[in-house]
Design a binder for this molecule. Sequence first.
Ligand code: 6R9
Length: 647
Amino acid sequence: MNQERVHTASPDFIAQANIKPDDYRRMYRESIENPDAFWTNVAKRLDWYRFPTDIRDVSYRPDDLHVRWYQDGRINASVNCLDRHLAARGDKTAIIWEGDDPSKSERISYRDLHARVCRLANALRNLGVKKGDFVVIYLPMIPEAAVAMLACARIGAPHCVVFGGFSPDSLGTRIADCSPKVIITADEGLRGGRPVALKANVDKALQRPDTHTVETVVVVRHTGNPVNMQSPRDRWYDTLVEGQPAVCEPEVMDAEDPLFILHTSGSTGKPKGVLHTTGGYLVHTSFTHEVIFDLKEDDVYWCTADVGWVTGHSYIVYGPLANGATTVIFEGVPNYPDFSRFWQVVDKHQVTIFYTAPTAIRALMREGEAPVAKTSRASLRLLGSVGEPINPEAWEWYHRVVGEGRCPIVDTWWQTENGGILISAIPGAIPQKPGSATLPFFGVEPAIVDNEGKVLEGVAEGNLVILSSWPGQFRTVYGDPKRYKDYFTTYPGTYFSGDGCRRDADGYYWITGRVDDVINVSGHRMGTAEVESALVAHPRVAEAAVVGFPHDIKGQGIYAYVTLNAGEQPSEELRRELVAWVRKEIGPIATPDHLQWAAAMPKTRSGKIMRRILRKIAENAPEQLGDTTTLADPSVVQTLVNERLVR
Ligand code: 6R9
């Protein structure tokens, strides 16, 4: 190992760690050599109505594709996150809520959370929601988001959480995909002091004919600003749960019954509803949460993600609560009221474990050390990173400035499809190298394949695949089994992640980013095709091509090339209009950073846009354009290079 760049946890950290340096290799070997025994043992961490004996039933063969874990087990996720903690941890804080407004916070005990979940679960049953019915959740980062997810889990209604930053149209598409009877939303969200019109967005989404299945909209009173309430469809959350019993008989679920779907972006088409089931998902999220975050009974754990993303599902709600941990739900943003906010919240609630995204670290790094240094952060003992590759400079800053050299960093690689972490350091056991997600978690068999699918051994670079299954793996793409199959047919017999990856001489994995048409903007996954289809939906646009380009803070930015309809003239005003249009169509996270007019696109003779070329122009690397002789009209390229927006 190149010693300068390796960070090993301190002897003090290792002495108290759950997993010691010698444990990792032994446990990993056991998990691979005898997976059934290993995962039987791990499943004992949960409370089952019927403990499973059929541990794994998996085939990646396209003609017989199926992934099943613990299929004869019976379990309820909300019981595991709530009821089973009541005896020993009833008064322990389950959720610390920190509002966008720094003067607002709340602590909710396991007993109180259990009662709130039961009341809402009863109310949902009264509204006619039965086992197997979908419920859409479109909420800000308030305790009701976790309450709503767990209430659905209690009655066996799979939830579909939609990120509160999504537009009415993006919300409508997701509603149409799962046909819920009920939506749970709030009057407004609040971020950085600015209201977000959630209820008004729901109203707009419900004007679409394909969202007619919604019978009831449950509205949490959050900011208290007036909103339009349509009777009898719209019901206030507080009056609905008032008077409901604080106990609720849970639905006994099969391990393989759906727990939720969550939409994520692919390289083509509309977002995919990634489906997760109950038993395996909860085993995987709770186990990884305890091992990778070295969880102890007294920890105060804070993951800054939004519950609208998978990280929020697995590592704000299900993993931590299944473990009886104290989990922080933060409504705000890192720079409001100022750039010290994260660290003020750490001090206020004495956070011990802090898990965030590289984009936040880079944005804070740009503000210098002073906003960090004026806070104590003495409570912190472990840091985590997720969502995109973390560049070594940001890693070192996070380690040295935020953690004052005392806290190990776990760089956790995984995806919506994976349910939970697959590649990460275990802080007391695996030395860290800045920029590397390090080694596979127990039971996970990554491999690197070349473009022909040949498995590469030793030091290698190529496409990251996983050879076998793990309990938290997704079970299908809801309503679209063909797109599920696609994951297992690119490199037959393996799950293909869509990521590029390098493995070094120590066997460490270095994720290099997506190799498909998915881009990662501030840790948010987006299909370039989604942004393109928003652009071409504008009446003056003929064609659009969107690529990612390296961005200092966001990791990747959005670079759009637009060809206008014949007779239309480019103008600054139209450029601004198109940028605003995309924001409105998809949501602010999809706002293009650059929009370049393209009189024509570089196309192959068969009419395919050559994105490789557009990527190089957006990266300001015109000298790397490579072979352009297959283009129908090579002169197009020179114009695009001359007019490029990044230099
Ligand atoms: C959990 C989550 C998945 C994509 C994934 C990869 C990137 C996530 C990463 C990482 C490098 C890490 N990614 N974690 N890349 N290092 N630690 O983010 O899920 O939204 O589905 O995104 O994010 O490119 O393929 P999701």
